[in-house]
Design a protein around this ligand. Structure first.
Ligand SMILES: Nc1ncnc2c1ncn2[C@@H]1O[C@H](COP(=O)(O)OP(=O)(O)OP(=O)(O)O)[C@@H](O)[C@H]1O
Length: 448
């Protein structure tokens, strides 16, 4: 296994290393224009909150891991650091070792080009990252040509040095080859050579080893650690693979639906995960196949739609230790009813479905669920049966009132808390169990 020197401390070993980048309440929202079909359905345009109020610091020489399921916003965060995804809110500041600090999201023209030399990207798929019609010499040297930094003999000398640095030796064997002549691991070495040839300060590495054979993954990660130490690089390492994050990263940020839900030193996150989502992810670390990293033991379903995230804490619909103040809403009641009809074979699906009426009304996010069924007494009976079948379901704890209004059953939920990151031990966690709502701080989510 690669070994990590402690690179997060400053020269005297105690003061933190200087900042390279910092985000404050950073948001990257995408406006999706609905097509004709969406307009017909009255959906109009939708806003995807890919990154939603994220704050973090990146310090010189460290590896910060960004871990989360597909769609959690990891890549968008990395693209924002590269100046590729424009912020719609908050601030993202780059502190170069040379020159003045810059607000990344406002950069244009020459300033943006300078950022692109300082912050480089290593992509997941090395085949797609290399131009198939360029030789390795041309491809690796391309950034120097684009930025008009080197040509002729100087260009060749730098390409040779970069290839040697990433272990593609003897270099002469590789210079005139095309990407298709190389193995996956060799291609990724060439991609890394291209990334370091501009002598950047930061590498954003987006799943850099996930498409490689198991046998070469550790070698590529070791190469990246060596390069980091030798060249004084800083990494933002994006992955869904907790096992690689565990030995590669100094600190880890766990992302869920555009938010960082927990961030802290790797050791602390792995030895004492606080957030129920982190706990679920860690439970899902499969031994020995680190490839299949999905939290399979979560009680319910898929990661929700980032265009319409849950109210309160986004994780509450899947959370095994959700409290009454986590943000229960009408869509949760629909999910619960449907889950009941799927799971409980004794339930008379047809009759109960007809009794509660059209469930589409529940899809509009809100603290009050209005059931369409015209016979309130019968609707209440269905809800009672659902509750009796699973009395421990956390949603019921969030019910503030269940009554008949205007001839229909309405369910009001307790107003939810949208938890922000707060210090808890050596990490920061966004969860009501850790200070976001004082009455729920006891007995933190150990059982999660
Ligand atoms: N250019 C875009 N336009 C619209 N929506 C986008 C765009 N880029 C990303 N998204 C959406 O933003 C959300 C976050 O996507 P992102 O790719 O950042 O997540 P991720 O965690 O990196 O996922 P993966 O591991 O699958 O790459 C998703 O819902 C995605 O569909």
């Amino acid at each position: 296994m690669p070994t990590k020197p402690d690179t997060t401390a400053g020269p005297d070993g105690t003061t933190p290393a200087p900042l390279v980048a910092e985000a404050h309440d950073l948001s990257v929202h995408f406006q999706l224009q609905g097509g004709a079909f969406s307009r017909l359905l009255g959906l109009g345009s939708r806003r995807v909150k890919a990154v939603d109020g994220v704050s973090f610091e990146l310090r010189r020489g460290e590896v910060l891991g960004v871990v989360g399921e597909s769609g959690s916003g990891k890549t968008t965060l990395g693209r924002a650091l590269l100046g590729l995804a424009p912020a719609t809110g908050g601030a993202l500041t780059y502190h170069p070792s040379h020159g003045a600090s810059q607000e990344i999201t406002g950069l244009r023209g020459a300033d943006l080009r300078r950022l692109r030399t300082d912050v480089q990207m290593v992509f997941q798929d090395p085949s797609a990252a290399l131009n198939p019609s360029m030789t390795i010499e041309e491809g690796v040297g391309h950034p120097l040509v684009i930025h008009k930094i080197a040509s002729g003999e100087d260009l060749r000398r730098r390409v040779v040095a970069a290839l040697e640095r990433v272990g593609l030796a003897p270099v002469e064997r590789f210079l005139s080859k095309y990407p298709s002549d190389l193995s996956g691991g060799q291609k990724q070495r060439a991609v890394i050579a291209r990334a370091i040839i501009l002598e950047p300060e930061v590498l954003v590495a987006d799943e850099p080893v996930s498409m490689l054979d198991m046998s070469v993954r550790a070698k590529i990660l070791q190469l990246m650690l060596d390069l980091k130490n030798d060249l004084g690089l800083t990494y933002l390492y994006i992955t869904h693979d907790l096992a690689s994050a565990k030995f590669f990263c100094d600190r880890v940020a766990i992302m869920y639906l555009g938010r960082i839900v927990e961030i802290g030193p790797t050791e602390e996150i792995f030895s004492q995960p606080r957030h129920p989502y982190t706990q679920a992810l860690l439970k899902a670390i499969p031994e020995p196949d680190p490839d299949r990293m999905v939290p399979r033991d979560l009680p319910r379903g898929e990661i929700p739609d980032a265009a319409s995230p849950p109210l309160g804490c986004s994780f509450h619909p899947r959370c095994p230790v959700a409290t009454p103040v986590c943000g229960w809403e009408s869509r949760d009641l629909r999910a619960l009813l449907e889950q009941h009809w799927v799971r409980d074979e004794t339930a008379d699906f047809e009759a109960e479905r007809a009794t509660v009426g059209d469930l589409d009304e529940l899809d509009r996010p809100g603290r009050t669920a209005r059931l369409a069924g015209k016979d309130p007494a019968a609707v209440r009976q269905v809800l009672d049966r659902v509750r009796t079948a699973d009395p421990d379901e956390p949603l019921w704890r969030g019910v503030e009132a269940l009554e008949v209004r205007h001839g229909r059953v309405e369910v009001d939920f307790v107003e939810g808390v949208d938890p922000r990151l707060r210090a808890a031990g050596g990490v920061e966690v966004a969860c009501v169990h850790y200070g976001a709502a004082p009455e729920w701080t006891e007995g933190a989510a150990d059982g999660g």
